[in-house]
Design a protein around this ligand. Structure first.
Ligand code: KDG
Ligand code: MG
Length: 409
């Protein structure tokens, strides 16, 4: 079998997505997600200008060899653009291999290790009553694990709070990237946040009881000692995890956090290779690996990363916000179903236009996702529908402190 075409499709139904479609000489097609929120065209160019010419004529079954070739022959290693491009190729090739085998992809990864994939959804509110409504709404939608994000008195706009108004005055909702000419400016005050958050979790536990798994995303804003304090303060509320408590480029910083708290820690959505996790995993400084298949070099690299994590009883918590396309989500679900050290899967539901462009066969019922039984990934791209939604520039927001200093967002 040979690759005869590889097309980069950029579409913007509810938001921007970059998809690679690989076609073989016997007519099979495979899809891969290369969406990098706010920097989509960089991956599209990397693929179209530098990778597609290298794929034509290659044997699509040689997935490991293609991965190593793309990673090593570029000379310039790692980085989100490169690794998203490699992921798009890798996942498209796995899609083709599984279609050729006539099996859903998870069968090629070793078969199902569980009957379904536990998912968590994003509840949020500007105040406690709105947060409770959002949690109830997520429970009604079928979620059985809930991430809790809340506004903080004294801060105007905080990551993850759906109902707060964006720069256009509309609901911010679940999508932080906004179609504005410049990135929206948000504000931040760590001391106010540290004072406010434990009371919110206390109220949620009092209302919803001890059983419900609760998660929280710190979104990279604290110093190690601040993160240590928050982890300690949240211990009575038994979180499933505290995510991205510090910007983790400095992996050693997590030693300090770990010394002080037993709140489980999840890190890695902005990472793109196993090297970003070396200290975190080897020293057991985290409990969950948060990488996206889409940003970490695809199934091939994620499988190795998660097998490494398994040696240390560290589990998966694959990144699954709306900026992961349905193709990237399906890839995550096949992996989730197959690996032994599965933890939880993030699942934010896409909007109706996205679901029109990407026809999906994965299902969600009673808190569990399943990738379905169609050969391959189980996602089809409607190219005519995709063409109706041209790329629209959008940016993630950024943060400033009260004195104007730029802060991590
Ligand atoms: O593009 C940025 C989003 O993917 C990120 O803000 C979402 O932190 C996030 C999460 O945990 O889903
Ligand atoms: Mg996050």
């Amino acid at each position: 079998m040979k690759i005869v075409a590889a097309d980069v499709i950029v579409t913007s139904p509810d938001r921007n997505f970059v998809t690679l479609k690989i076609t073989t000489d016997d007519g099979l097609t495979g899809l891969g997600d290369g969406t990098l929120n706010g920097r989509e065209l960089a991956v599209a160019s990397y693929l179209a200008d530098h990778v597609v010419p290298l794929l034509i004529g290659r044997d699509p079954h040689r997935i490991e060899d293609t991965w190593q070739f793309l990673y090593r022959s570029a000379y310039w290693r790692r980085g989100p653009v490169t690794m998203a491009a490699i992921a798009a190729v890798d996942v498209a090739l796995w899609d083709i291999k599984a279609k050729a085998a006539g099996m859903p992809l998870y069968q090629l990864l070793g078969g199902a290790s569980r009957t379904g994939v536990m998912a968590y959804g994003h509840a949020s509110g500007r105040d406690i009553p709105e947060l409770f409504d959002s949690i109830r709404n997520h429970l009604e939608l079928g979620y059985r694990s809930i991430r809790v994000q809340t506004s903080v008195p004294g801060i105007n706009a905080v990551y993850g709070v759906a109902a707060q108004p964006g720069p256009d005055g509309k609901r911010y909702d679940y999508e932080p990237a906004q179609r504005t000419p410049l990135p929206a400016e948000e504000d931040w005050d760590t001391r106010a946040y540290l004072r406010h958050l434990p009371g919110v979790f206390e109220a949620v536990r009092n209302e919803f009881g001890p059983e419900l798994p609760l998660l929280h995303d710190g979104h990279h804003r604290m110093t190690p000692i601040q993160a240590a304090r928050l982890g300690k303060d949240l211990e009575p509320y038994d979180l499933f995890w505290l995510e991205d408590c510090t910007p983790a480029e400095n992996q050693e910083a997590l030693r300090l956090v770990r010394q002080h708290t037993t709140t489980p820690l999840a890190i890695g959505e902005v990472f793109n290779t196993v090297w970003d996790y070396q200290t975190l995993i080897r020293e057991q400084l985290i409990d969950y690996v948060r990488s996206a298949v889409t940003h970490t070099g695809g199934i091939t690299a994620m499988r190795k990363l998660l097998d490494f994590a398994a040696q240390y009883q560290i589990k998966s918590g694959i990144h699954g916000p709306t900026d992961i396309s349905p193709v990237g989500m399906a890839a995550a679900l096949h992996l989730d179903l197959a690996i032994h050290n599965f933890g939880i899967q993030e699942y934010m539901q896409h909007g109706p236009l996205t679901n029109e462009v990407f026809r999906q066969s994965f299902t969600f019922a009673d808190g569990y996702l399943h990738p379905g039984e169609q050969p391959g990934l189980g996602v089809e791209l409607d190219e005519q529908a995709a063409a109706r939604f041209p790329y629209t520039a959008a940016y993630l927001p950024f943060n400033r402190l009260k004195d104007g200093t730029v802060h991590d967002w």
